[in-house]
Write a protein that binds this ligand. Structure first.
Ligand code: AMP
Length: 110
């Protein structure tokens, strides 16, 4: 079982801030911004190329969940979503996840 499947199954701890039957949101263990959350579909798959209509619906819901909770999660001044895919992006966990970055002014191309 991959590390995010273990977190979803409650087998290893994580600093969870939201959970339902399809999605989990927890704090990244090695934050690269003042606020760094991960929004993870509980179903295991690694790539956007593996999307199906059902997975697509969960991801769309993930985006709405993030938007609806942005203020509550301290992201009211703005945030950035990142989905690393594959080797060149440095994807280190092969279970699809959305990075949610914010809580400060984020650099871009500097
Ligand atoms: P990526 O490089 O896009 O695959 O992102 C994987 C992210 O998962 C990294 O930012 C890691 O810091 C984070 N991570 C790895 N293990 C854990 C964990 N046990 N709890 C929380 N975040 C984790």
């Amino acid at each position: 079982m991959c590390i995010f499947c273990k977190i979803a199954a409650g087998e290893i701890p994580a600093n969870r801030i939201y959970e339902d039957d399809e999605l989990i949101v927890f704090k990244d263990i090695a934050p690269i911004a003042k606020i760094h959350l991960l929004c993870v579909p509980k179903e295991h798959y690694a790539r956007l190329s593996e999307l199906t209509p059902a997975r697509e619906a969960v991801l769309a819901r993930a985006l709405r969940l993030i938007a609806e909770n942005a203020v509550a999660w301290g992201l009211g001044e703005g945030y950035r979503l990142v989905v690393n895919q594959g080797e060149n992006a440095g994807q280190s966990v092969q279970h699809l996840h959305i990075h949610i970055l914010g809580g400060e002014r984020l650099g871009w191309g500097e």
